[in-house]
Design a protein around this ligand. Structure first.
Ligand code: FES
Length: 105
């Protein structure tokens, strides 16, 4: 499966510790800056559909604001109950000051 690299926003539009929500070609995607890295994940909790961009960044994970489920920022893997199923994670590249993510075609 090929990746489709899409520009999301300027790199400096997401500051340290911030989580922003975007609709990219019909996909709800969150962009988070944690430490010196940018992460892109599906913005829908696999437990009960909450927007994860309303949550918090904790120990390399995003914590859902509704019931506290957590997901690994790198992989989207569920790391804390009540979340069991993982969420989609997207490749990220910074090119010439802009953030791009890889959507699956
Ligand atoms: S909706 Fe996210 S943990 Fe329940």
């Amino acid at each position: 499966m090929n990746d489709n690299w899409i520009r999301v926003c300027a790199d400096n539009e997401v500051v340290e510790g911030e989580i922003r929500s975007f609709n990219i070609e019909g996909n709800n995607v969150l962009i988070a800056r944690y430490g010196d890295k940018i992460y892109a994940l599906e913005d829908t909790c696999s437990h009960d559909g909450a927007e994860l961009s309303d949550g918090d960044l904790v120990d390399g994970q995003i914590q859902c604001s509704r019931h506290g489920g957590r997901f690994d920022l790198k992989t989207g893997e569920a790391t804390q109950m009540p979340a069991i199923m993982g969420i989609e994670s997207y490749g990220v590249e910074i090119k010439q000051g802009d953030i791009y993510i890889a959507l699956k075609k």
